[in-house]
Design a protein around this ligand. Structure first.
Ligand SMILES: [Ca+2]
Ligand SMILES: [Ca+2]
Length: 193
């Protein structure tokens, strides 16, 4: 990946909520392509600013709705699973939400020395597009604490693979629930208090 532009405030403002830009800059570089021309999806490749986000786990949240006949939406942190429209969850008001996470194991960046991501979109409208710190790796049920419930979730889902997320017990976000996930949850459990 070649990063060829510094932050452009006009582009950074795509982080918004209810059409109000949040003004929080969490990208430190980006590249936008439109490889298939005007009708193709826009591809945004970016790098997160590590000092502005949690050291252990990073989250990405997009709330969107389909506005055209050929919708495309995909998002993936580098070296992690790529999520699409099919992975998003209906919110009950015509909008859908995709919420994904990436672990920084040992505090190191998750993409080739940089916390990078790739987003593709066409025929969708987003009302929220946000990168955020996402707490401890061991908090797989996302309730804010690392406790026995997280350990049970990881233990009960051993062997799970495929289109899975942190909430399925994939604590280290490598696409499979296995003993390494038990290990990171136990490590967080031991340091929780
Ligand atoms: Ca928890
Ligand atoms: Ca895993």
């Amino acid at each position: 990946m070649v990063l060829r532009a510094p932050i452009d405030p006009d582009v950074v403002a795509v982080e918004w909520e209810n059409n109000v830009p949040l003004g929080l800059i969490d990208w430190n570089a980006y590249q936008i392509e439109n490889p298939a021309g005007i009708n193709g999806p826009a591809v945004v490749r970016g790098v997160l600013n590590p000092v502005s986000l949690d050291e252990k786990r990073v989250g990405f949240l997009i709330e969107f709705q389909i506005t055209g006949e050929n919708p495309v939406m995909s998002f993936g942190f580098e070296n992690h699973q790529v999520y699409t429209i099919a992975d998003a969850t209906p919110m009950g008001d015509g909008w859908v939400r995709l919420n994904v996470f990436a672990a920084r194991l040992d505090g190191s960046a998750f993409g080739n020395g940089l916390d990078s991501f790739e987003y593709t979109g066409r025929d969708i409208q987003a009302r929220k597009f946000r990168f955020m710190p996402a707490g401890k790796i061991g908090d797989v049920n996302l309730d804010g604490a690392v406790d026995i419930d997280d350990l049970l979730l990881v233990a009960n889902n051993q062997g799970l693979v495929g289109s899975i997320g942190v909430e399925d017990g994939d604590a280290n976000t490598d696409g499979v629930v296995d003993l390494s996930d038990v290990q990171v949850v136990v490590e967080d459990l031991l340091t929780e208090n």
